[in-house]
Write a protein that binds this ligand. Structure first.
Ligand code: GDP
Ligand code: ZN
Length: 290
């Protein structure tokens, strides 16, 4: 008999599926790599506490990362919202923020920013750039995982949704996750234990339930997800302020570089859109090899 379950962890050799508050270790019918944390699956029991995944149910979103042989590997599915975590230390990488925003915009995933470590002396440049993002309707949560400032509001923002924290190493993603999921280590152990191998099992990603509602996917693998297979037009789609303009470009395959009659470039030069964001767009296109 097949049942529906939720993939909460991708372990080394198997997949942890949650079903009615129990964790069942499953093997997929096809390859392990085709199943991602956050996936809803149909599965059936093969032995006590062991099962087989028969099918992955349709996803509402998917984040993938490049893998060998020009393939992409799904890492987290059904994410509603990505929170890009930044801080004054390590200093904020705005190119990376824009890259995350572009990927999310192209995957129909909601995206917001978290400025962590507000207990430290702040930077005027970061404040200025954050204002730009806020004007583009991106939410900015200001928190300190050390003093607890802003964390109650953040917990509310995580309710009823599946979220993922993205960002450079050292900005405080684990610290924030620990506050949102205080019994995280306990849960990690219970997932490892079900494997019945004495050794520690490495997980690529884990989904945690937050006590006040909502799920948080903790994934070192997607902490820095790349531009994957975005093309230049899709990257431009990731810049919200370009949208009302790109229709006015002289050519409809405009790359918004030095193309003749480019309305986006003109707007950046006139100050109608922010030059720093436009310049980062150009930089990202270079990075993509265009
Ligand atoms: P991750 O690599 O993004 O998961 O970052 P971590 O959670 O491991 O945090 C990196 C470092 O930043 C650790 O030394 C934390 O103690 C520190 N840290 C995290 N949050 C804050 C904060 O709000 N304020 C300050 N001052 N330090 C923090
Ligand atoms: Zn253009």
């Amino acid at each position: 008999m097949s049942m529906e379950g939720l993939v909460i962890a991708h372990l080394g050799q198997s997949i942890a599926v949650e079903h009615e508050n129990k964790i069942i270790l499953c093997q997929p019918l096809r390859r392990l790599e085709t199943v991602a944390v956050g996936d809803k699956v149909s599965w059936s029991l093969t032995a006590p506490d062991q099962g087989r995944i028969e099918a992955v149910l349709p996803r509402r979103s998917l984040l993938a990362r490049p893998a060998r042989n020009n393939k992409v590997r799904p890492v987290a599915a059904n994410i509603d919202k990505v929170f890009v975590v930044i801080a004054v230390e390590p200093y904020c990488d705005f190119l990376l923020i824009d890259q995350y925003l572009a990927v999310c915009e192209n995957n129909q995933i909601d995206v917001a920013l978290i400025l962590n470590k507000i207990d430290l002396v702040q930077s005027e440049t970061i404040e200025k750039e954050l204002l730009v993002y806020q004007c583009l309707d991106y939410q900015v949560h200001r928190v300190s995982s050390i003093t607890g400032l802003g964390l109650a509001e953040l917990k509310l923002a995580l309710q009823n949704e599946v979220s993922l924290l993205a960002g450079q190493s050292g900005v405080g993603k684990s610290s924030i996750t620990n506050v949102m999921v205080p019994d995280r280590n306990l849960k990690t152990n219970s997932v490892s234990e079900t494997t019945k191998h004495g050794r520690h099992t490495t997980t690529t990603a884990t989904l945690y339930h937050i006590d006040t509602g909502g799920d948080l996917i903790d994934s070192p693998g997607v902490a820095i997800f790349g531009l994957a297979d975005l093309d230049i037009q899709q990257l431009a789609q990731g810049y919200r302020e370009f949208q009302p303009l790109s229709g006015n470009c002289q050519f409809n395959d405009c790359r918004h570089h030095h193309d003749k009659g480019c309305a986006v470039r003109a707007a950046a030069e006139n100050g109608n859109i922010t030059m720093t964001r436009y310049q980062r767009f150009l930089k990202l296109t270079q990075k993509m090899g265009h």
